[in-house]
Design a protein around this ligand. Structure first.
Ligand code: PGA
Length: 251
């Protein structure tokens, strides 16, 4: 954790969630309102089809919402795409950009992610900009350099004056049950912090750096205690109210 920063726990539902998932969300809301107030901002990023309904439903429990991707343009002839303004209109406060699944499945580059982050900011959303190395890059000793390059090219200069969030998600840890050692997480997050401070000065001290990749109730407490880990981006474990609540409670 970084003192002075309000941590963020964000659930990334990915391509999961039909109307029935609203029941699980109801349960999460009940857990959150019954227990002690969470010591973090809690966000859920459902599929776009559920965003407006989820935003309306969670308002009472203090949960905020986010989209999982946005188009860099404000509007126009882009069949099937969703703009940041549409996400904001559906109640979102955040949007994930540059998730490794988008980078892999849709060939998204750092410059596209950069443009999406700016579009998010223009629409009043806080972008959660994802970076992370592959298994081969980690084995080749390139992890820190890869992440440094991704941050340099994906995070816009405007991050100096606006709210952005970085999510470090090693690709090999996503959905695999594997996580880096706490030392490796500390080193990577420390390196990201140093890079942000080098580039943005004092503003770089305030940017939230989330960890993502197989964060579970069993490991959340240890990971969240690591220096410069300011929250988590949680995939699989965010789909079950009890698991997600346990992670939120670990803050
Ligand atoms: P996971 O996904 O928690 O299921 O590993 C994290 C993510 O991809 O954001």
């Amino acid at each position: 954790m970084t003192a002075r920063i309000t941590p963020l726990i964000a659930g990334n539902w990915k391509m999961n969630g039909l109307t029935a998932a609203l029941g699980e969300l109801q349960r999460l809301g009940e857990l959150l309102t019954a227990g002690t107030a969470p010591r973090c901002t809690v966000a859920v990023c459902p599929p776009a089809t559920l965003l407006a309904r989820v935003s309306a439903q969670v308002a009472v429990s203090g949960i905020v919402t986010g989209g999982q991707d946005c188009h860099p343009a404000q509007s126009g002839a882009h069949t099937g795409d969703i703009s940041a303004a549409m996400l904001a209109d559906a109640g979102a406060q955040f949007v994930i950009v540059g998730h490794s699944e988008r980078r892999t499945d849709h060939g998204e580059t750092d410059s596209l992610v950069h443009a999406k982050a700016l579009a998010a900011v223009a629409a009043g959303l806080t972008p959660i900009i994802c970076v992370g190395e592959t298994e081969a890059q980690r084995r080749g000793g390139e992890a820190a350099a890869v992440v440094r390059r991704q941050i340099a090219a994906s995070v816009p200069d405007e991050a100096q004056g606006i709210d952005v969030v970085i999510a470090y998600e090693p690709v090999w840890a996503i959905g695999t049950g594997l996580t880096p050692s706490l030392e490796d997480i500390r080193d990577m997050h420390g390196g990201i912090r140093a890079q942000l401070v080098e580039r943005f000065g004092a503003a770089g001290e305030r940017i939230r750096i989330l960890y993502g990749g197989s964060m579970k109730p069993a490991n959340a407490r240890d990971i969240l205690a690591v220096e410069n880990v300011d929250g988590g981006l949680v995939g699989g474990a965010s789909l079950l109210a009890n698991d997600f609540y346990a992670i939120i409670s670990a803050v």
